[in-house]
Design a binder for this molecule. Structure first.
Ligand SMILES: Cc1cc2nc3c(=O)[nH]c(=O)nc-3n(C[C@H](O)[C@H](O)[C@H](O)COP(=O)(O)O)c2cc1C
Length: 424
């Protein structure tokens, strides 16, 4: 079956590939446990980019060398937009703790936070302008991202000799402050998790095939002090295949929902200049492509939303679900509860930092819950909710989904706004 890739456009959006029917029954078949080399073939990536052999020949002539410079193809992860990844250990006191917080995982790299710092406390606030619209209509992911920042903030405080006491939602669920963090002096304490803050990156590339044992997975989770959240691991082959297929179906459904597709694409930062100017959003650098394919992608004409959608579904089908060693689902009795979402964010960040510390790769994959929230807010019948519930323990609701595995390459950083831009 042929794909619907537009031949002359440039995909690149992280969240994006095939039509629903092609995704479900495409040449590679449904998502399944890894049985072959997980690395995407050159042909496969070129297809995802909507390229044929002729285009590659043109790229190889050097005729597009101006665009190499323009798009920063030679310096992935370079420029001031990435400085925060080098400077987070240096600032002292609470400013240093905020420098740690801004490196946290967050939805679509919206960085939906501001911080109010005094001598003895820091308030964490949600930035209401930094949302992904219909992709996160209930602001579930925004609050998870704020929880991730809170975890890094806490580790950054401890490393600087400040013991944090965290009060969540001190003004209530409708109030402006997500958390008030009061500090008292203590002995500085670093840890493997703290040291991993600057090395943790979302890894969207292929993972190596070897499975993770139940013991290895359990060792990633420490939910001490985090009420109401736990992790359900999906490792059994048929359950993994079902969840993988649901992820592909949800990605396809999201790309077929024009408003969700538009809202998602609005946070794609395409050119090197925009990355340096805006310092947020999803970038080509962070899509898990090999160095060769990344350089090639940067040589191509500007991407389109449609091509980006195609790229995302294709990556989900042929790379991400194919090579996941295991899926983790953070679950709770009430996924819509704000306290639960903040706790889930803290837990996700802990898990990702622990995985980084142990040399493992991790990628949040949340298209299923994004479709569940979309169905709920539009009044559509609950397709994805029912299918996901069948894969989870009775009585638990999904808050956030991720995959883990052994990396096959270094994940690249995403840009971050400067410290001065997030203080109020
Ligand atoms: C609540 C939440 C949901 C996310 N959902 C996805 C997702 O569905 N797919 C994906 O590739 N990354 C997802 N991410 C990862 C973010 O895109 C990533 O954290 C952000 O772009 C910053 O990059 P970094 O984690 O490498 O620093 C999610 C992160 C959070 C906190």
């Amino acid at each position: 079956m042929s794909t619907t890739v537009e031949p002359t456009r440039h995909p690149l959006h992280p969240r994006h590939p095939l039509t629903r029917s092609a995704a479900a029954t495409g040449p590679s078949g449904p998502a399944a446990p890894v049985t072959r080399d997980p690395r995407p073939s050159r042909r496969h990536v070129l297809r995802a980019f909507g390229l044929g052999g002729a285009t590659v020949v043109v790229a190889g002539t050097g005729a597009l060398s101006c665009r190499v410079f323009d798009s920063g193809a030679l310096s992935p992860g370079g420029g001031h937009a990435y400085d925060p990844w080098q400077q987070w250990r240096e600032p002292l006191g609470l400013m240093g703790a905020v420098a740690c917080a801004i490196l946290a995982a967050n939805p679509h790299n919206t960085q939906p936070w501001t911080f109010h710092v005094t001598d003895t406390a820091v308030d964490v606030l949600a930035d209401p302008t930094r949302t992904i619209g219909t992709v996160d209509p209930l602001l579930r992911e925004q609050h998870i991202g704020l929880g991730c920042a809170l975890e890094n903030l806490s580790l950054g405080c401890l490393a600087r000799g400040l013991r944090p006491t965290i009060t969540l939602l001190p003004d209530g669920v409708e109030g402006g402050r997500v958390a008030h963090v009061a500090l008292v002096p203590t002995f500085p304490a670093t840890s493997g998790l703290y040291d991993a803050i600057g090395r943790r990156h979302t890894d969207r590339g292929p993972y190596a095939g070897q499975p993770l044992t139940a013991t290895e997975l359990a060792a990633l989770v420490n939910s001490t002090g985090l009420d109401g959240v736990s992790v359900h691991w999906v490792t059994e082959p048929s359950q993994k295949a079902s969840l993988g297929q649901l992820l592909v179906d949800a990605a396809t459904a999201l790309t077929h929902d024009e408003q969700q597709s538009r809202d998602s694409f609005a946070w794609f930062t395409g050119t090197h200049d925009d990355v340096q100017r805006k310092r947020d959003g999803l970038t080509l650098d962070a899509q898990g492509l090999s160095p060769l394919m990344l350089s090639l992608g940067k040589l191509l004409p500007p991407y389109s939303r449609a091509a980006g959608d195609t790229f995302w579904v294709d990556q989900t089908l042929t790379v991400q679900t194919r090579t996941a060693s295991a899926y983790g689902v953070i679950t709770a009795a009430h996924a819509g509860d704000r306290f639960t979402q903040l706790a889930a964010g803290r837990l996700l960040q802990r898990i990702h930092l622990t995985a980084t510390d142990r040399g493992l790769a991790l990628q949040p994959m949340n298209q299923i819950t994004e479709r569940i929230d979309r169905e709920r807010t539009t009044g559509a019948s609950s397709t994805f909710g029912q299918h996901f519930a069948a894969l989870l323990p009775i009585g638990s609701q999904p808050v956030l989904t991720f995959r883990v595995g052994h990396p096959t390459q270094d994940a690249r950083p995403s840009p971050r706004r400067a410290l001065a831009d997030v203080l109020r």
